[in-house]
Design a binder for this molecule. Structure first.
Ligand SMILES: NC(=O)c1ccc[n+]([C@@H]2O[C@H](COP(=O)([O-])OP(=O)(O)OC[C@H]3O[C@@H](n4cnc5c(N)ncnc54)[C@H](OP(=O)(O)O)[C@@H]3O)[C@@H](O)[C@H]2O)c1
Length: 224
């Protein structure tokens, strides 16, 4: 599938770009500056010379023209960025991976945006698209290391079951990931806020945690 990533020059977007390309997706890295996107893509291709990666670079408009679009900007830029490319997003599945957080010293504090979540604010900003929240909990470093799988569940929620289905398919195409249907977009509030807990655990235990839930039968959830 052709997937565009808005804000794809940051650690999270670049990591997702290379991971998606590693499983055969055609990825467009977007940026406010096409030159920054070109630098980011050159860097990714230099890092992984032995992989066949179909990754191209352009501005956010270019990325938003893809079949499916991911928003990987800081949380307070997500809705504004979506609105800036709204003409491309009508009817499309749009994944938001942003978390509204603040850091005070060693403490991570979840912030609740006005509509309850970043994902809900993007859906409100561009009503014609189908927003799904996903990938909030996956650490960029592991996501971007395509020498091995990322062993993690990925929580997905959306008000559009068709979007959940498409995103689950993408998640499950990545080795080690298991996509879980976490219901409607209202649950993005809890999913995004929970990231603060995971980051706190990283600091406390000097690690990078990933999320794995028990109690769901393998037959009920796919996964690579
Ligand atoms: N880092 C992680 O491990 C991780 C994991 C899961 C989810 N996330 C979430 O993913 C999102 C991106 O994380 P990140 O660490 O990659 O963030 P980041 O580096 O701060 O930002 C990502 C990109 O967003 C663009 N951007 C920055 N400010 C912007 C603005 N005001 N308007 C429009 N675009 C702007 C920049 O690209 P250009 O300057 O090139 O346009 C930047 O490279 C965050 O919301 C984070 O919560 C992060």
């Amino acid at each position: 599938m052709e997937i565009g990533i808005l804000g794809g020059t940051g650690p999270a977007g670049s990591a997702l770009a290379v991971r998606l390309a590693s499983v055969g997706h055609e990825v467009r890295v977007g940026s406010r500056s096409k030159y920054r996107a070109m630098e980011a893509v050159d860097h990714l291709l230099e890092l992984w010379p032995d992989h066949q990666l179909d990754i191209s670079a352009g501005d956010n408009d270019y990325a938003a023209s893809a079949e499916l679009v991911v928003i990987a900007t800081p949380w307070d830029a997500a809705a504004i960025t979506a609105r800036s490319v709204a003409s491309h997003l009508d009817g499309k599945v749009v994944i938001t991976m942003a978390n509204a957080l603040d850091r005070v010293g060693h403490e991570f504090i979840p912030l609740i945006p006005p509509r309850g979540s970043v994902a809900a604010s993007v859906q409100a900003a561009v009503r014609g698209c189908r927003v799904a929240a996903a990938f909030q909990h996956v650490p960029a470093k592991e996501l971007g290391d395509i020498s091995g799988p990322v062993d993690s569940d990925v929580m997905i929620c959306s008000d559009h079951s068709s979007a959940t289905e498409v995103v689950t398919g993408i998640v499950n195409s990545i080795p080690g990931f298991r996509g879980l249907d976490c219901g409607e977009l209202s649950n993005a509030t809890a999913i995004e806020a929970f990231t603060a807990v995971l980051l706190q655990l990283n600091v406390r235990y000097r690690t990078r945690v990933a999320l794995k839930l028990v109690g769901i039968e393998a037959d009920d959830a796919g996964g690579g």
